[in-house]
Every structure is written in C-alpha cells, then in structure tokens.
Design a protein around this ligand. Structure first.
Ligand code: SF4
Length: 335
C-alpha cells in the first residue's frame, strides 16, 4: 500500500517503467507517483480490470497505468472488445456512460464521479424534445460528448472526426446538430444541408483567443497550427489543418514538418511529444486545460479498484435507445 514514506523496493520495481516515461514526468515527481502506479498495476490484474485513459488525462495516468488510450468513443469500442470484466474509465462521466452502453454486461467504474462535462450539461433530453417539436422531420445528430439520455433522444451520433461524413450520409435536407455550436458551424461549412444548431460549447476550446494563436504563429513562423473543430470559427480560420485529437496524432506522425501549434486540450501534448520526440509542440494558450479532465488522480483510481466503486450504470430503456444512435453512426461507411 502506498504511504508517504518512499519505499526504495517499490521505486526499484517500477524503475523500468520510469525509463519509458522520463521525458514526460519530471524525476522529482516520480517518487510520489511510483507507489500508486505499482499498487494499481497489481490490483488491476487481480480484479481482471482494464484501465482506459482519454487523451486529455494526466501523464502519470496516461503513460503509467492505462491499458488503452485514445478518444472517448475509440476507448469504449476497444473496451467492449476485451475479455476484462471491469472497465475503469479515466475521463468524464459521459465517456463512462458510453462504455456502459456498449458493454452492458461489464462493471464500469468512474474514479471521479464528479468529473462531468460542462458542454454535455448544456443540453437536456427535454431540450432536445422541444427542438424536435419546433423543427419536425429533421434528424438530430448528436456529438458523442453528450449524456446517454440526450443520445437516447437523438437519431444518430457523430464524433469530431466523422461529423461531416455522418451528416452527409443522412437522407434529409436539414439537420439538428447537438450540442456543440462550434462543431455545428464547422459541419455547416462542409455540407449543403441546412444545419440548426444547439447553442452549447466546450468552455475549454471556446476560450482560445485569436490574438493568442496569432502571437504563437508570429513567434513560430515555421510551425503549422492544428485546431480541433470545437474551437470557434475565427480560430479555425487560422488553422493549417482542422482535425480531431486522434486526427492530430496521425497528421503529426505523417508530416515532414517539425513544429506544431496545437489548438486543443493541453493533455494531448504529452502523447504527441512521446510519440514524436524529434518534433516540437506549442500550446498557444494556458487556458487550454479542461478542469474536469484533470480531476482524476492515481489515488482515485486505486481507491476505486479497491472498493469497486463508484459504478456507472445506464437504465435499460435509455441504454437501448442510445445504443441505436451509436450503431447507426458506426454503420456510416468510411471514406
Ligand atoms: S474538454 Fe470540453 S468537451 Fe471535453 S470534457 Fe472538457 S468541457 Fe467537455
């Protein structure tokens, strides 16, 4: 069990792991993390658990205890395919719900039940029903960053990576896009369909300022600016490339360019730096940090494995309807 006393034997045991992560975790922090890392990695085997970590989680979680890393839907899909009976989701509440929708027979644990998503909270099932009544016959396309109850009121889901493809696949001239107005405007600019937008937004991406990006571009004229479509349109207008977090990983890996300004949550930088040690990554604003994504700690993960709580469950009726919207999205052919 971890204690405040730094146990040399534990440090030695996890030393090979530190060799792999020393470029992203400062040496002075490691003795604090090491006992928890060792205990979690033991306990997850004992409990037949798989630990999922979103791209925005802290490096000690992402690199030292996670079995699967990625974006929210990718994680849930991979978790559904494993033989582990317990899923520990290091992310926010709607992500754990997606895992519970796709893996109804597994135990889904969320180490911090208070890790919500302000954007997901900007829309309710009642609000979606009202919009459908106001705009009858238009299919509702809902970003996966939403609650299970909102998905259940929708016709189909989308991710930031496939949103345009999903909208264009629909046999309708007009669509309702929920909840991100910035993603909605991006989709509207890339489709002939008339888009009715819900006025939600991700506070983290929405607060990035044009002046901050312009300053970063002026200071690093040899860099490319990559932006997530959850950023406001005036930010996207400055981007050399617009893509999801997974798309950023692919783009950077294939690019010959050595320097990138990253317009999304700061956590992605750890992954980009680890995967591309010869390239440089710049965050244009200190505001690009999602407080909810940083709530989960190694202590929370350890406690949740010890107590097998808190669990996230989705009521059967909601789960079945929400799953239909995810299945429809997954059935949309890829380009
Ligand atoms: S980064 Fe934005 S969309 Fe993601 S969890 Fe935080 S508030 Fe929600």
């Amino acid at each position: 069990m971890p204690t405040n006393h730094i146990d040399e034997a534990i440090l030695e045991k996890v030393a090979p792991l530190y060799e792999r992560v020393k470029t992203v975790i400062p040496e002075i922090e490691w003795p604090v993390h090491a006992p928890h890392v060792a205990a979690i990695n033991e306990l997850k085997k004992e409990k037949n658990a798989v630990i999922l970590a979103h791209n925005y989680q802290t490096p000690e979680i992402y690199h030292c205890v996670a079995d699967i890393t990625g974006d929210s839907l990718g994680l849930s899909l991979e978790a559904a395919g494993t033989d582990k009976q317990v899923i520990v989701f290091c992310g926010v509440h709607f992500m754990a719900e997606s895992a519970a929708i796709l893996s109804p027979d597994k135990i889904v644990l969320l180490p911090r039940p208070d890790s919500g998503c302000p954007m997901a909270d900007m829309v309710t099932p009642e609000g979606v029903r009202e919009m459908k009544e106001r705009l009858p016959g238009r299919p509702v396309v809902t970003y996966v960053n939403s609650s299970a109850a909102v998905k259940a009121e929708s016709d189909i889901c989308c991710t930031s990576a496939n949103a345009v493809r999903v909208v264009n696949s629909l046999d309708a001239d007009e669509v309702i896009l929920v909840p991100d107005r910035n993603l909605g405007r991006y989709i509207a600019a890339h489709t002939d369909k008339k888009c009715h937008l819900w006025e939600g937004y991700c506070p983290t991406h929405d607060r990035l300022q044009v002046e901050e990006v312009e300053r970063a571009l002026a200071e690093h004229p040899d860099a490319l600016f990559l932006a997530h479509p959850a950023c406001p349109p005036e930010i996207l207008a400055l981007a050399h490339h617009i893509c999801s977090t997974s798309g950023m990983g692919d783009y950077v890996r294939k690019s010959q360019v050595k320097k990138f300004i990253i317009g999304t949550e700061a956590g992605i930088l750890y992954r980009l730096r680890e995967e591309n040690p010869d390239k440089e990554f710049i965050l244009p604003s200190a505001c690009l940090i999602c407080p909810d994504m940083k709530l989960t700690t190694l202590e929370d993960i350890l406690r949740c494995l010890q107590t097998m709580s808190p669990q996230v469950r989705v009521a059967v009726g909601v789960r079945e309807r929400a799953k239909v919207t995810l299945d429809r999205m997954l059935a949309v052919p890829r380009d």
